[in-house]
Design a protein around this ligand. Structure first.
Ligand SMILES: Nc1nc2c(c(=O)[nH]1)N[C@H]1C(S)=C(S)[C@@H](COP(=O)(O)O)O[C@H]1N2
Ligand SMILES: [Mo]
Length: 256
């Protein structure tokens, strides 16, 4: 059973939270509430990883968010997978960037190469021609609910291997809806994680509009806020890109 944010605090948590509160006044997170939610959420996300000795890094996260994120999202740390029979349809949550009508036939994924200015365009068929990966993982919303879902798509790592528009050394990935209203920033290690998919299917069916048709991001080592629906444009900026929910006080890495 996953820990939930309702789990009573252990003495260790208390100490960690105290430390977080102290640091949150400056730069760790915006506001004590966010710090609390972030830390409890981190415990929740790290369920099943106790064997990896992550209680140590839980402390380290308070010292260096980025460093821990790099370790936690390393390709060797996989989010748990479940039997396909346990998959359900999640609630449709968040519709920023989904307002306009979308013509699936006219839709293209635009990808601007690292250091470049002219986007390359991809049809859904081109993306579906790449190796299809299916996984049944838990979609976790930072609001406190989660649903097990079967997703299918192409690994972002496989996409970049086939179309080397950025090297693994590129530091960041910026993903936006076609109208740029919703936007997500990822560090490259998270983007290249083997469970990070450019996803076109949910529970064996093409994505519906409310769940992000024709293409969304899925990455179960991160909260739902990072799993942008209706992808339109991907860029590889040199600086850490803005992020819709990070701009509203949530942790930029959103997996901790
Ligand atoms: N474009 C877009 N993507 C989004 C959001 C959004 O508002 N707009 N909300 C996010 C949040 S907070 C969550 S929890 C998940 C929910 O995915 P679902 O609607 O498929 O369950 O989508 C994420 N992706
Ligand atoms: Mo969410």
């Amino acid at each position: 059973m996953p820990d939930t944010p309702q789990t009573p605090l252990t003495p260790t948590d208390e100490a960690v939270l105290q430390e977080a509160r102290r640091r949150s006044r400056r730069s760790f997170l915006v506001g004590g509430t966010a710090a609390l939610a972030g830390l409890l959420g981190w415990r929740w996300l790290s369920t099943g990883s106790e064997a990896d000795g992550l209680s140590g890094p839980l402390r380290t996260v308070l010292d260096a968010n980025a460093r821990v994120a790099g370790r936690y999202f390393s390709p060797t740390h996989l989010a748990p997978e479940f039997a396909r029979s346990r998959a359900r349809r999640p609630r449709a949550n968040g519709s920023v960037g989904l307002d306009e009508e979308l013509d699936p036939a006219a839709w293209r994924l635009r990808v601007t190469p690292a250091g470049g200015t002219i986007p390359r365009e991809f049809t859904l068929a081109e993306l579906q021609a790449l190796p299809r990966v299916e996984m049944t993982t838990e979609l976790k919303c930072i609001e406190g609910w989660s649903t097990i879902v079967t997703w299918a798509g192409v690994r972002f790592a496989d996409f970049l291997a086939r179309y080397p528009l950025a090297s693994a050394a590129a530091p960041f990935v910026h993903l936006t809806t076609p109208d740029e209203a919703y936007f997500v920033g990822l560090d490259m290690a998270s983007a290249l994680h083997p469970q990070t998919l450019l996803c076109y299917e949910m529970n064996g069916q093409p994505l519906t509009a409310e769940h992000g048709a024709p293409l969304r991001l899925v990455t179960p080592v991160k909260y739902g806020i990072k799993q942008i629906k209706r992808l339109g444009h991907i860029r590889f900026p040199a600086q850490r890109p803005p992020d819709y929910w990070a701009a509203r006080g949530y942790d930029w890495y959103a997996g901790l």
